[in-house]
Design a protein around this ligand. Sequence first.
Ligand code: BYC
Length: 478
Amino acid sequence: MTSVDYSTLIPNNVDLASDRRLQRALEKWYPNFIQWWLDMGPDGFQDVEVYLRTAIDVDRDGWAKFGYVRMPEYRWGILLAPAQEDRRIAFGQHKGEPVWQEVPGEYRALLRRLIVIQGDTEPASVEQQRYLGKTAPSLYDMRNLFQVNVEEGRHLWAMVYLLHNYFGRDGREEAEDLLQRRSGHQDRPRILGAFNEPTPDWLSFFMFTTFTDRDGKMQLESLSQSGFDPLSRTCRFMLTEEGHHMFVGRTGVERIVARTCQLMQENRIADPVDVTAVRNLGLIDLPTIQRKINFHFSVTLDLFGSEVSTNAANAFNAGIKGRYREIHLKDDHQLHNDSYPVMQLVDGKITEVQLPAINAVNARLCDDYINECENVLKRWNRTIANQDINFELSLPHRAFNRKIGEFDEVSVAPSGEVIPEQQWLAEQSTWLPTQSDNDFILSLMKPELEPGRFAQWIAPPKAGVDGKPAGYQYVKLA
Ligand code: BYC
């Protein structure tokens, strides 16, 4: 295991110095990455100093250090979690064989595709969040946004390292293409749907980091089970950083909910659906927050691919992508004779059907994801209940508003009821954010740049970053 070398242009623990060819290829990619970061990274904040954490080690304790950094000078490193001695493939037809240190020829295309899709999401999210710094509700939040952004940049590096080191010329071409596609671009969009949606306001950002970053966690966890060891080690270290992103999202929404409920109480607004009264106080009303949940949750479910998928079955069988926490599951890890319950549309009704488990790997990952999201909702609802407000946020049914998978062609209410298209058209504005909801949210987005001050519509956090107070000067604006 090589310790992290910070003396070079590209900090790494993969002994880059000993591989001149790879080092040269990455050094050639570096200026293009920086150009992309300057063009598409946080707009207007490239020169300011931000109190950021940088990964400096891969040990569980003491892996990061905090300090002021200008973002283009952030040390984006290539960091792999420590190798596990005598690691064996944990699932699929190669179960029990030693893990691969090189790409197995027969799985080359499959692996490359998964790595490219994963890699594509990382710069996409930075592009989506590019303008949010200008409307940050506090310096604390601005710093968290930039932390998320630089780490997504590092995750792009992680995938580019794999492409350059293990996929030769076409890997290098893919790495270049990762810098060419653009979120929401007409001709060169990002690969997956949710990464082409705009993130124009901070509620969208917090919803994205709650729901979409959580898909990131689930996918990275499944890839970290991979029999291709460099992918597994790369993803394992990425997961260390991912926790903070979801924390930013969950607590961000929680703070908005807390502020709304607190001021509703103080102003004796008893009816939580009295939207006008709440909005007149400069707050985001709970029904709008519900519609934002409906949107971000359903769009994110599409990222899991089709519930029933031969792609996913092939990746599992090949030992390339496992199930969530595969090594902790209690079965034969080959799924020859196992079945798994999947929700499907049968005779116009959503019905649970037992299917061969190997074809239902995506459905299972969705289930694990939904369970986690339920726990997040419980926390948000506790915040509401603590203020004695009679309102409950909920996740919409998994079939609601889907564009991919079993339910892509059917209209379904948040309750899970299959409804006629006409009813969907008539009622969708009560279920999904409307233009006027989005305009209202945008109208609240005014920057609050005084250390320790927070915008009207969001409560301060319970604690600051790295033991510092919430009012710390997290960003030194020029
Ligand atoms: N949009 O069998 P199917 C993150 C395509 S987020 C467009 O249904 P499969 C992050 C699919 O590519 C995590 N196309 O699904 C979060 C395939 O096309 P081809 C990102 C889609 O392959 C926040 C066809 O439909 N990582 O890290 O089993 C901030 C049939 O595919 C979509 C990964 O996703 C869609 N939504 O599963 C920053 C992990 N869904 O090949 C970062 C890597 C499906 O027939 N990717 N298609 O042309 C995968 O594991 C799988 O590719 C998917 C799809 C789970 C995405």
